[in-house]
Design a protein around this ligand. Structure first.
Ligand code: ADP
Length: 170
């Protein structure tokens, strides 16, 4: 199992994988953080493709080509904004991971990279978000052959250290 999960600290837009996941917002029209970085790197065609998708609800995911990115696809998922943890935030975050993985399975993606969804502007506590991400991905991979590899792509040191700790306990 562990050889199907990888941890890296990198800019997700540079990864040569089948699909990268975008921590988007409901409009799917770009934004700050990882969303902005992905749109800048993929080019204007990504925005055009996203406009055609007519938004996305929190906890769901939609897929587009990667355009100028090395990645073949971008899977756009909308994480929950953290309020107090009692507004369905953990379940919605879990759903982001399963819905994104389901799209990756449908497209027979070999490798998929996730950013740390909701842990930036959306303020989801990083420890809890990492635990949900790892548990959801592990459970999914037990059932499915594709994607063959899931990469947790951290950008900040704090998230990277949290994932290192949690993944070393497996
Ligand atoms: P959200 O609105 O879902 O919280 P953010 O983009 O604000 O989304 O933050 C999500 C995570 O993405 C944060 O942990 C942030 O460090 C990370 N991040 C920002 N830029 C990049 C990038 N280029 N590659 C990978 N991760 C990134």
């Amino acid at each position: 199992m562990n050889n199907r999960i990888e941890l890296i600290k990198d800019d997700i837009t540079t990864l040569d994988v089948d699909a990268i996941v975008n921590a988007a917002n409901q409009t799917l029209r770009g934004g700050g953080g990882v969303d902005g970085a992905i749109h800048r790197a993929a080019g204007r065609e990504l925005l055009q493709a996203c406009i055609g998708l007519e938004g996305c609800d929190t906890g769901y995911a939609k897929i587009t080509p990667g355009f100028r990115l090395p990645a073949k696809y971008v899977i756009h998922t909308v994480g929950p904004v953290w309020r107090d943890g009692h507004h369905g935030e953990p379940e919605l975050l879990r759903s982001c991971y399963t819905e994104s993985l389901t799209l990756a399975t449908i497209e027979k993606c070999t490798s998929v990279a996730f950013p740390n969804i909701s842990t930036g502007v959306y303020r989801f506590p990083k420890e809890q978000a990492a635990a949900i991400a790892i548990e959801t991905v592990r459970t999914y991979l037990q059932e499915e052959e594709f994607p063959q590899k899931v990469i947790f792509c951290c950008f900040d040191d704090e998230n990277y250290e949290i994932y290192q700790e949690l993944l070393s306990d497996l």
